[in-house]
Design a protein around this ligand. Structure first.
Ligand SMILES: NC(=O)c1ccc[n+]([C@@H]2O[C@H](COP(=O)([O-])OP(=O)(O)OC[C@H]3O[C@@H](n4cnc5c(N)ncnc54)[C@H](O)[C@@H]3O)[C@@H](O)[C@H]2O)c1
Length: 323
């Protein structure tokens, strides 16, 4: 029998491109559904775009979503399409429409097309409001307390996913990427932290000096490839006990640590960070996350500490932008 397809919404974004590459490497059949197909990024991370189904489609277009699942015989969905935090901060209504209603469309399509599993990326921001006295480590039991509209869209989708799954019998697997992601995808709609890291890596690759605005304290950051690894494990593993997992690396990284990793990889680079004001309503002081549940049940282990990530990031950006 032919292999079932795995629909990947937002499949040509940062996590999506890596996830599609990893799925293909494992002999799976991903089907990309993305409003702005980025074949350059897919190729740069090793996807042979002639061998993958690419569908240009909008999350608001329910018939297109259903056709994509039906025509390609998909029985799982990885739903990555979303606006990220700062874009939602700027345009909350658009953010809610895509992040919340787009996800409801996925749940409806899943129930109508008898999809067996939906994997949804939530975010470490859903519990940021709960950080405070007494909390020593962040595991999946920390109460949700979303301090931004973006975080609230993710928390709402967590609740809705659980309710839909219970009512309609599909599996809803929620992965909280516990660190701010970074990687070589286009930075236009990204968080300032992601944009700043990209500016640092680009300047180092080009051998240019750069002064980068950095309003953050030490925090967990996660290379896109590691987020994709956890995500792919959540669709490829057959059975596991829980439905909510932290995907992170528990490394607290400061701006200075990133500059140091860049200097190690690009000796002679001249990057300076400048303290500015954080555009998001998030606490400066963070705690690292506990991802032991994902380790035990999914076999997840991060592969990219900051120094290794910077090397891979630089090489991919070089390829992507002909630097
Ligand atoms: N970046 C982070 O720091 C972070 C942290 C935690 C969770 N997440 C979540 O992880 C997921 C993937 O993030 P990413 O960094 O790969 O994002 P990304 O911006 O790189 O990719 C998102 C993809 O969604 C597509 N898209 C946007 N609007 C669409 C629409 N209307 N219809 C169809 N496709 C659409 C974009 O074209 C893009 O390819 C998102 O759900 C995000 O909320 C991200």
């Amino acid at each position: 029998m032919a292999k079932k397809g795995i629909l990947v919404t937002g499949g040509s974004g940062l996590v999506g491109a890596y996830a599609v590459q990893m799925l293909m490497e494992r002999g799976e059949r991903p089907v990309i559904f993305d409003v702005a197909l980025n074949e350059r990024l897919l190729s740069a991370v090793g996807v042979d775009t002639s061998k993958v189904t690419l569908i240009r489609g909008d999350m608001a277009d329910m018939p297109a979503l259903i056709s994509a699942i039906r025509d390609n015989d998909c029985d799982q969905i990885i739903h990555l399409a979303a606006f990220l935090g700062e874009e939602v901060q700027r345009r909350p209504y658009s953010g809610v429409r895509l992040n919340f209603m787009g996800t409801i469309n996925v749940f409806e399509a899943a129930r109508l097309e008898n999809v067996k599993r939906v994997v949804f990326p939530s975010s470490g921001t859903v519990y940021l409001g709960s950080l405070g006295e007494g909390v020593k480590q962040i595991d999946e039991n920390i109460p949700m307390n979303p301090p931004s509209v973006y975080a609230a869209t993710k928390a709402s989708c967590e609740f809705m996913g659980r309710a839909y799954a219970k009512r309609y019998g599909f599996e809803f697997i929620c992965l909280r990427y516990t660190g701010g992601l970074y990687g070589p995808s286009p930075a236009a709609l990204k968080a300032t932290r992601e944009i700043a890291i990209q500016q640092m890596v680009r300047a180092a690759v080009k051998g240019e000096a750069a002064k980068i605005s950095w309003p953050y304290g030490p925090a967990e950051i996660l290379y896109g490839k590691d987020a994709a690894k956890g995500t792919v494990l959540a669709v490829c593993k057959d059975k596991f006990k829980d439905t909510l997992f932290h995907i992170g690396n528990a490394d607290m990284v400061s701006g200075e640590d990133i500059v140091k990793a860049i200097r190690q990889n690009f000796p002679g680079s001249n990057i300076e960070i400048v303290k500015t004001t954080n555009p998001m309503p998030y606490p400066d002081s963070r705690l690292s996350s506990d991802f032991s549940r994902a380790k035990e049940q999914l076999g997840y282990e991060p592969d990219y500490p900051i120094d290794k990530a910077v090397a891979d990031y630089g090489a991919t950006l070089k390829k992507l932008e002909n630097l």
